[in-house]
Design a protein around this ligand. Structure first.
Ligand code: ZN
Length: 167
């Protein structure tokens, strides 16, 4: 749970202003931020309470991530290594653009390459872009996107075979 200090956040479920943001891993919607009441309703409705610990850890990780000293800032760009991914955010004053670079391996040859995924979305703030990057990486939707669009490649690092020869 993240204290937003004032009623600055918005619930992804009912769109009301919220003070305490709960991060919930929802089976259909993925990773969402909701207020206390919706958190309670949704967790009981979908039996998500067993995921509470997981959601708490994710919320803490999200908080650390947003303000991490690992963010590098050059000109209008913000960059960070996150898991196996490289996040790039371009601050164009009026809006931010998001790019994520990720490793792919050819299914046949296991050849390793990097692909840059660019979001078409314009984000109002730097934190919005950071949040979106965190969401798509941690809820698995980036992996799913790659599996749909790069059918000759896999985003999963090969564990056996001739991988060492191609690194
Ligand atoms: Zn709500």
């Amino acid at each position: 749970m993240e204290d937003l200090e004032d009623l600055v956040g918005e619930c992804d479920n009912c769109h009301q202003a919220i003070r305490y943001a709960h991060l919930i891993s929802h089976p259909d919607w993925g990773f969402i931020t909701v207020g206390s009441q919706c958190a309670e309703n949704l967790t009981s409705e979908y039996g998500l309470s067993e995921r509470e610990e997981e959601a708490k850890k994710l919320a803490q990780r999200y908080k650390r991530y947003l303000n991490s000293p690992k963010w590098k800032h050059r000109k209008n760009g913000y960059f960070m290594d996150f898991d196996d991914y490289y996040i790039k955010i371009w601050d164009n004053e009026d809006y931010c653009k998001l790019e994520i670079v990720l490793p792919l391996w050819n299914r046949q040859t296991l050849e390793h390459r990097y692909e840059k995924i660019c979001s078409k979305q314009k984000y109002a703030t730097l934190d919005d872009a950071k949040t979106q990057a965190f969401k798509v990486i941690t809820d698995g939707s980036l992996i799913k996107y790659c599996e749909r669009h790069y059918t000759n490649d896999t985003p999963h690092k090969p564990v056996s075979g001739g991988y060492d020869n191609y690194d």
